[in-house]
Design a protein around this ligand. Structure first.
Ligand code: GLU
Length: 370
């Protein structure tokens, strides 16, 4: 069976000090992939690489990373070309084929496009081509401001059910305290994805060229771990890291994943970035959906918030405002407002018919584990 390893390379690794392209790292990575193909042909590598903006800024002769969006987009457009060319240049010499895949959160939010993206990437993997994925910064206006490639890479782990997720950084791994501030800070070798310590780790250290930092890496590992992907945060200085990780040697920090797998559809739902509305539900509905894995019925909905259409993502909350589940709605907000709080019989007698028994079907509903 195929085993997919996703390697996420940050801008600070790609461009040493924001200047030189890190040829040595990529050359070394290429060599590791060549060796892996010989020793373990069923292991497939997918790369998620940042660095477009950093490369673009350099190519355009600008001194610093710009702050305004049009300039960031221009840098990304110029730099993505440069970035891929550099990978291709190095990998082709080693007879490794590469492909560019650009994604936005928008594609991953639409179920059909999500499945198409999955098919395309799996197809490349089957053809023994290494997908090099980046966010499509040129069109992803919002993403340039709010998102980061750690998150994107985590969603790709879920998308293609990666076995391992390796985040390459300029740090040694996760520390119990900020190592820049405390000499006594200790490297965390292994931690469960739901260990409360992960929440407490000082996430103030930020990448100067990319958008992420330690916090975004932790969050990305939590998302990937929930899909049963084993995650590693390691330093770019580690030699032969692929082989060592496959052989279960401890490098950097290992984040142990959740064992219980939820369906890939529910996993996708869990990770959808934006909801269109909210339902405040009563206690009966809360128990039905969180404990008894039932659909959400109109009778349990006390309040409808937002404007949405059938198929949109809705967050389900208790009357105290606690988010308990999310799902794809069967009715528009207009209709939901008409039927909220009513039993099926009442809906039938009021409107003469009922389109869907549930307002969110259990197959389109995921309960949040908190
Ligand atoms: N997509 C951006 C780039 O290639 C980087 C995003 C990030 O650093 O997270 O420059």
């Amino acid at each position: 069976m195929k085993k997919i390893i996703i390697i996420k390379i940050g801008s600070n690794v790609i461009t040493q000090n924001g200047l030189e392209f890190n040829k040595n790292f990529i050359k070394n990575l290429g060599k590791q992939i060549v060796n892996l193909r010989k020793s373990k042909p069923n292991h497939k590598i997918v790369i998620v690489s940042s660095g477009a903006i950093a490369e673009g800024v350099k190519k355009l002769g600008w001194k610093n990373k710009p702050k305004n969006l049009p300039k960031l987009q221009a840098a990304a457009a110029v730099g993505q070309l440069e970035l891929i060319w550099r990978y291709q240049n190095i990998f082709t010499k080693m007879k490794l084929d590469v492909a560019q895949v650009l994604l936005t959160h928008q594609e991953l939010s639409n179920r059909t496009q999500y499945l198409n993206a999955r098919k395309s990437i799996m197809n490349l993997i089957d053809l023994n081509i290494i997908p090099i994925i980046n966010e499509n910064d040129v069109v992803a206006t919002e993403e340039i401001q709010f998102s980061d490639n750690d998150h994107l890479a985590a969603l790709v782990c879920n998308l293609i059910e990666a076995e391992k997720f390796i985040i390459i950084t300029d740090q040694k791994g996760l520390f119990d305290k900020n190592p820049e501030k405390y000499k006594s800070a200790k490297l965390i070798r292994e931690i469960e994805y739901n260990d409360p310590l992960l929440d407490k780790i000082d996430g103030s250290s930020k990448s100067s060229w990319g958008k992420g930092g330690i916090k975004t890496k932790i969050n990305a590992c939590i998302i990937a771990s929930k899909g049963s992907t084993k995650c590693y945060i390691i330093s770019a200085d580690e030699k032969n890291f692929i082989e060592k990780i496959i052989n279960n040697q401890n490098l950097g920090t290992t984040i142990l994943p959740k064992q219980k797998i939820i369906s890939s559809r529910k996993q996708w739902l869990q990770n959808l970035p934006k909801s269109k509305g909210e339902f405040i539900v009563d206690n009966g509905a809360k128990t039905a959906i969180t404990k008894n894995q039932k659909s959400l019925l109109p009778v349990g909905v006390k309040k409808v918030i937002g404007n949405f259409i059938k198929g949109d993502l809705i967050i389900i909350k208790t009357s105290t405002g606690k988010e308990i589940a999310r799902g794809l709605v069967n009715y528009s907000s207009e209709k939901a407002n008409l039927i909220k709080g009513l039993s099926s019989r009442e809906i039938n007698s009021k409107f003469g018919q009922i389109d869907e028994e549930s307002i969110i079907n259990k197959d389109n509903l995921v309960v949040l584990d908190n």
